[in-house]
Design a protein around this ligand. Structure first.
Ligand code: 4NP
Length: 166
């Protein structure tokens, strides 16, 4: 395992979505719980941020909090906006939820090494067919939130396995 285990040298993962109140704070909580359950908290630091600034300072959407809690996740990240001037330096992986997020973050990467930090959550999702993104549930119903959580659980599990084994 090549993961750096010095306290200040944790592998740092930033999840990104549009508003930072539905998908990325859910991924943040799901990944953190997986890390904690596998006793890996000394190796990883997880955060999330949004492309937009509409919800900065807010708790996650109450529907995502409710659906997450039903699965045992406390989703309580306070929304913040992605900041290319600091986040590319501060994180090792920037994991985006959809292709619009990817284009936006990629367009703000200045170097090849910054571009190489961007990964798509969908690339780790393997229990669902033909998934190219974690769709935005914001304008959807309860099923949309459940589906987002299904995909996020699948993707986080495989992403964490990849990180532990690489
Ligand atoms: P998220 O969902 O990107 O998964 O947090 C959204 C939440 C809010 C908005 C868009 C997407 N919005 O336009 O306010």
């Amino acid at each position: 395992m090549e993961i750096r285990n010095d306290k200040n040298q944790k592998t740092k993962i930033l999840f990104i979505c549009l508003g930072n109140i539905c998908r990325s704070p859910a991924a943040n909580a799901v990944m953190q719980q997986m890390i904690d359950k596998q006793d890996l908290s000394s190796l990883f630091y997880v955060d999330s941020a949004g492309i937009g600034n509409w919800h900065v300072g807010e708790l996650p959407d109450s529907r995502m909090r409710k659906h997450g809690l039903q699965r045992g996740y406390t989703i309580d990240h306070i929304a913040r906006q992605f900041d290319a001037s600091t986040d590319f330096d501060a994180f090792d992986y920037i994991a985006v939820m959809d292709n619009d997020n990817y284009k936006e973050v990629y367009s703000r990467a200045k170097t090849a090494s910054e571009k190489a930090k961007i990964v798509k959550m969908a690339d780790y999702i393997h229990h669902y067919d033909n998934v190219t993104a974690v769709p935005d549930p914001y304008y959807g119903d309860g099923q949309a939130f459940e589906y987002a959580l299904d995909l996020i659980e699948d993707g986080c599990s495989a992403f964490l396995s990849f990180l532990v084994n690489s």
